[in-house]
Each structure stands twice: as C-alpha cells, then as structure tokens.
Design a protein around this ligand. Sequence first.
Ligand code: NAP
Length: 324
Amino acid sequence: MKGIAFLSLPPWFCGALEENFAREKRMMWKWLGALLLFPVQMVYLVVKAAVCLLLPPKLRDLSRDNVLVTGGGRGIGRHLAREFARRGARKIILWGRTEKCLKETTEEIRMMGTECHYFICDVGNREEVYRQAKAVGDITILVNNAAVVHGKSLMDSDDDALLKSQHINTLGQFWTTKAFLPRMLELQNGHIVCLNSVLALSAIPGAIDYCTSKASSFAFMESLTLGLLDCPGVNATTVLPFHTSTEMFQGMRIRFPSLFPPLKPETVARRTVEAVQMNQAFLLLPWTMHVLVILKSILPQAALEEIHKFSGSYTCMNTFKGRT
Ligand SMILES: NC(=O)c1ccc[n+]([C@@H]2O[C@H](COP(=O)([O-])OP(=O)(O)OC[C@H]3O[C@@H](n4cnc5c(N)ncnc54)[C@H](OP(=O)(O)O)[C@@H]3O)[C@@H](O)[C@H]2O)c1
C-alpha cells in the first residue's frame, strides 16, 4: 500500500525529495573533506610557526602609530613609553593618577624627540575614561598596563580595596578598549595590548584580589583576541611576565632569588613592544614559565602544593610592602 502511495506522489514532490537528498550528500562530502583537512591544517600551522621562529620577523612600522599607555608614569609603563619612542612611534599619550610621574616621563619622551602628552585619568572610573578618550583622539596602539595589588588574604582585605583592584585591573580594560576599539575597527588599524601576569595562570596566596583580576583580564584578552579574528588590521597582544623589579611587589620574597631572579622592567617593555611589532598574541616572560603551565595541567594538586611550598611562592607575600 505504502509503495503504491509513494508511487502516486506528485512529480514535483519527488523532485524536491531527490534534490534534498543530493544536497544532504553534498553537505556530507563537504564535512568529510573539512574533517580530513583539519589535521593537515594543524600540522601546516605548527610547521609554519616553527619556520617563522627561524626567519627574521617582519616588524610593524610604528612611525604612524599613536600609542596610549595607561599607568605610563612609572614602572613598566614608563619603560614602555621609552621603548615605543625609541622604536619610532609618532605620538605617545600617558594616562595615570600621579601628575609628578606623568610629567617627568612626558618630559623625558619629548627630550627623545617624540610628541608626548599626559592626562590624569583613573582607568577604574568609566566616565573619566570615556571623557578623556574624547580629548585624546585617534589611538592605534592601546596598552592596558595600569594595575594595583593590595597584597592581602581575602579575610584581611577590606571590601572597598577588593573592589578597587577589580575596577582598575579588569574593568578598566573594558572601558579603555570600548573607548578606542570602534575607531581602530573603522580605520582597520589597531592593536590592544595587555600587561597581564603569570599569576593569571598560577595564583599565589596573599594577593587574592590581584590574581583574580589578572585571571579575569586574561579571559577578557583571550575572548577579545578570538573576537578580532574577522577584523582586518586590528590585533591583540597579552604579555604575562613573572615578578618584575618595580615598586609594585616591593618586599615580596621568593626562596631562590638567584634561580628565579626578577625581570627588569626594561626587558619586559622591550619584549612587549617587540611582540606588538611581530603581532604575537601571547607572550610568557621568561619562556621558562611555559614549564609551569605544562606542570599545572599534568601534576596532581598535592604535587603542585609541594612546588608552591618548596619554591617559597606559598609564603612570598608575607613580607610584601608594596604600594597601591
Ligand atoms: N611588577 C611585577 O612584578 C609585575 C609582574 C607581572 C605583571 N605586572 C604588570 O605590569 C603592569 C605594570 O606594573 P608595574 O610593575 O609597573 O607597577 P607599578 O610600578 O606599581 O605601576 C603601576 C602603574 O599603574 C598606574 N595606575 C594604578 N592605578 C591606576 C588607575 N586607577 N588609573 C590609572 N593608572 C593607574 C600607576 O600610576 P599612578 O601611580 O599614577 O596611579 C603606575 O603608573 C601591571 O599591569 C602589573 O600587573 C607587574
């Protein structure tokens, strides 16, 4: 009966069925092709990256770039301003809270022959960021560098201090990026840089506000970097340095300082600007931190706890005297 019913279907319906069947078949071949191509693509990209490591890199020419560095008055931010100026950036804008440092850095950059201006801007204050962004004009490289650390455990931290570090270290980047990214997309020319920290990937006790804010800022940058894949000319770089000798973590002690010496801020700045020029998405400093990331993903928790105790990272914040 069924066969007879099918045979008696109108010809236009049978035609539609056949067309549908052919489309499904084509889709299946397409999917199968993509599935087979995927591992080949992966091998190609890994080999390409390895070969690129051996070749002299193609560097971004900074001579038409207006660079804004948040927290540019001192520490790594000041070195970043110097490095961008040394490498020929057209204009440098510094944001920060302390006028004295901003003024000193601005004068130094001008002495190097590069146009430089500073603005007092608290990146944790959304209205202030949007207002100052209008005053600054077009920015093609935004460096989210400003951050604070309170250096206390959760129960010892007062609520306002906990909120403050999230506002500055994480949300501040939302506001600065929202302020400058639309114009970068319009110009099809822009780069968002984040000075993150290795503590985003491996937290320590005694800096719970900081580690939380950096981990969340890392997720922000990962999401942003992927989101920019379809945006020609606009890219992102996230730098994750180990302890660096600035005022930020003053007093912090690790157990084997000669084995794991702090990085110099000028090294972090140089490697950061190089990463921007080479359009590198993520940079761990020093490269040995990759070992930490691998260990973290394979060792059991008890072994990781022993590493923290042995290296002294478990108690390193007990002597912390930093400034916020
Ligand atoms: N030092 C380290 O061991 C280390 C390690 C890894 C990553 N990092 C990261 O590197 C970046 C720079 O750190 P650093 O060592 O140079 O620290 P730093 O010497 O303490 O400098 C921090 C900078 O952030 C600015 N800042 C703080 N709050 C701000 C706010 N609300 N609005 C605007 N600017 C603000 C400060 O300027 P004002 O004082 O004028 O506000 C200062 O210029 C940070 O993102 C930090 O997390 C540091």
